[in-house]
Design a protein around this ligand. Structure first.
Ligand SMILES: [Zn+2]
Length: 306
């Protein structure tokens, strides 16, 4: 049995999966905000509850905002700031008396869709969460690709490529740079583009709904969005050449992206043709917690649970 935890800023979700990915039990609790010790206890409590409900012991994987620094083992880059600098791996492993694996939530999304979701059977998968922010993760042969800095796939903080007039230096990003992909492709990025074009404030879903009803200004914003996503993903195609790109997060619900972006990225990718697929997610909001469970791969479950 595999247990996955998705540590979010407002809730912690837990799932227990059978070997074939069938959910055996699910639980969720509110995240004890600004309290590291209580957050640890809540995570351990979820694991114990899932194991009591299923009468089985499982491996444990955790998806989280940010990452564990490979150099120090401490949490970094987390927007749940009370976790930053804490030895989460060491402490949770001690509490649960077994090794625990951790990954960034975008990596868990990519892994979940690669194992048994929209990219099942694909060898190289790039998963992108486009919502409030823009995160990315890479799964290769059903494993998360990580590196010495734990930043593989962090495409959202590269600059928007082949900038057009008005796109450079671009909007300021919370990371300290300007013109990051995230500032254009996140939901707030689309809302800002609409505001700059029209002087009116609308959230991204409403901009999309107006575009689909034939509103000219909203339609132009959506067309710019599609073309920017195509340029930004062409860089990923050139660098990684994935079999499948899966979109997640709120912006992944824009149905026409799956037709328009692959048509547009042909122009920018360094290839006479592009056979990469762009797909919507299968597991939706469950991808984070399912991907966390899959951090323990086939054949590893026994070792990780003992
Ligand atoms: Zn940035």
């Amino acid at each position: 049995m595999r247990i996955g935890l998705d540590l979010g800023g407002t809730k912690i979700e837990g799932i227990a999966l059978d070997d074939d990915g069938t959910p055996l039990a699910r639980r969720r609790v509110a995240t004890p905000r600004h309290d590291y010790a209580a957050t640890l206890q809540a995570m351990a409590g979820l694991v114990r509850d899932l194991e009591a409900e299923t009468s089985r012991r499982g491996t444990v994987g955790v998806g989280m905002p940010g990452a564990l620094s490979p150099a120090t083992g401490l949490v970094k880059n987390a927007n749940s700031t009370w976790l930053i600098g804490q030895p989460l791996d060491h402490d949770l492993s001690s509490l649960l008396e077994r090794p625990v694996r951790f990954a960034n939530d975008a990596n868990c999304f990519a892994l979940s869709e690669a194992v048994d979701g929209a990219a099942a059977g694909a060898r190289v998968v790039f998963g992108v969460i486009v919502g409030t922010g823009t995160g990315g993760g890479i799964a290769v042969e059903r494993k998360v690709l990580t590196g010495p800095n734990a930043i593989a796939g962090e495409w959202g903080h590269n600059p928007l490529p082949w900038p057009r007039a008005g796109e450079w230096p671009g909007p300021p990003c919370y990371c300290g740079k300007t013109g990051c992909v995230e500032t254009f492709l996140s939901g707030p990025g689309m809302a800002r583009d609409f505001r700059e074009a029209t002087g009116r404030d609308l959230a991204a879903p409403e901009v999309v709904a107006r575009a689909e009803r034939g509103d000219g200004a909203a339609g132009a914003v959506l067309e710019r969005y599609e073309e920017r996503m195509a340029r930004a993903l062409a860089v990923v195609l050139n660098l990684l050449d994935p079999d499948v790109v899966v979109l997640g997060g709120g912006m992944s619900q824009i149905a026409r992206l799956y037709e328009s972006v692959p048509r547009l990225w042909q122009e920018w990718a360094f290839s006479d043709r592009v056979d990469t697929a762009l797909r919507p997610p299968v597991h939706g909001d469950s991808s984070g917690v399912r991907g966390a469970a899959w951090l323990w791969g086939p054949g590893e479950a026994q070792a990780g649970a003992s």
